[in-house]
Design a protein around this ligand. Structure first.
Ligand code: PAF
Length: 281
């Protein structure tokens, strides 16, 4: 496994692989790897001759009051995990390499970036789209792997690739959960023991919504109200949003029909968590 710090070096190495007819799978991460990331890496390993994992805590996607400084950075542990998964290249640049002096070009996926998480995290998806576009330009992979847990991010990256004619397949892999239902996230590390229990209200609310829809409920606002009740049962929880939206446009749906995304963001104590499911009525 090669650890690469410079964009030009990764570009050159992958150019060689491509000319030798090898396919490239790319897993972008901010490190603090967990089983969710590993499932993406394993899928990439199955489907490509070369697997690249990027580990980069991207400053452009953090707001001024967010957790950029305290975001976990267990690089050695991450590298050991990548080695075990037979990753070929780990790309872990320094921020100065990705955002050099005078950096002034950003990618903004309009509308899709302004709703759901975009409302309380202005600029977040501009930062995500920009870094992913940069990584795709540097790596030029055949397939990029993202997790369903960050559903809005995945939809935005798909849109960006389509709009900007970036020749990459965007593959979305299912959310990996603990046995108790908590969706895996690097930010779960911020939760104390009690908060970890309280955080189960996210998946509990989603499961309830799924059950309601299965038993014939179609009115989105009624389902959302029932979900709110579940989440509000915990004192430590504060709802940012609970929404039922169209999976392509992310616009709210009133009556559930066909496929829709049920998504929520909830603060448990000081930690903001997100989760979602896709349901078909
Ligand atoms: O999902 C993440 O970890 C990040 O948003 C990503 C896609 C690696 C971009 O920094």
């Amino acid at each position: 496994m090669k650890i690469i710090k410079l964009p030009a070096v990764l570009y050159k190495s992958l150019k060689k692989s491509r000319s030798a007819g090898k396919t490239i799978g790319f897993v972008p991460t901010m490190g603090a790897l967990h089983a969710g990331h590993l499932s993406l890496i394993r899928q990439a390993r199955k489907e490509n001759s070369i697997v690249v994992v990027s580990i980069f805590v991207n400053p452009a996607q953090f707001g001024p009051k967010e957790d950029l400084k305290k975001y976990p950075r267990p690089l050695n542990k991450d590298l050991a995990l990548c080695r075990k998964e037979r990753v070929d290249f780990v790309f872990s640049p320094r921020p100065e390499e990705m955002y050099g002096e005078g950096f002034s070009t950003y990618v903004n996926v309009e509308r899709l970036s302004e709703t759901l998480c975009g409302k309380s995290r202005p600029g977040h998806f501009r930062g995500v789209a920009t870094i992913v576009a940069k990584l795709l330009n540097i790596g030029q992979p055949d397939i990029i792997y993202l997790g369903q847990k960050d559903a809005q991010q995945a939809i935005i990256v798909k849109r960006m690739a389509r709009d900007l004619n970036i020749p990459v397949k965007v593959k979305i892999m299912p959310t990996v959960r603990q046995r108790d239902g908590l969706a895996l996230s690097s930010r779960n590390a911020y939760l104390d023991k009690k908060e970890k229990k309280d955080a189960l209200v996210l998946s509990a609310a989603l499961n309830l919504a799924k059950l309601f829809i299965k038993s014939g409920a179609r009115d989105a606002s009624r389902i959302i109200n029932r979900m709110k009740r579940v989440v509000n049962k915990k004192k430590s929880s504060r709802i940012d949003y609970i929404a039922i939206v169209d999976t392509a446009s992310l616009k709210p749906v009133r009556k559930i029909s066909g496929e829709c995304l049920i998504a929520l963001a909830v603060r448990i104590g000081r930690t903001r968590l997100i989760d979602n499911i896709i349901v078909r009525a």
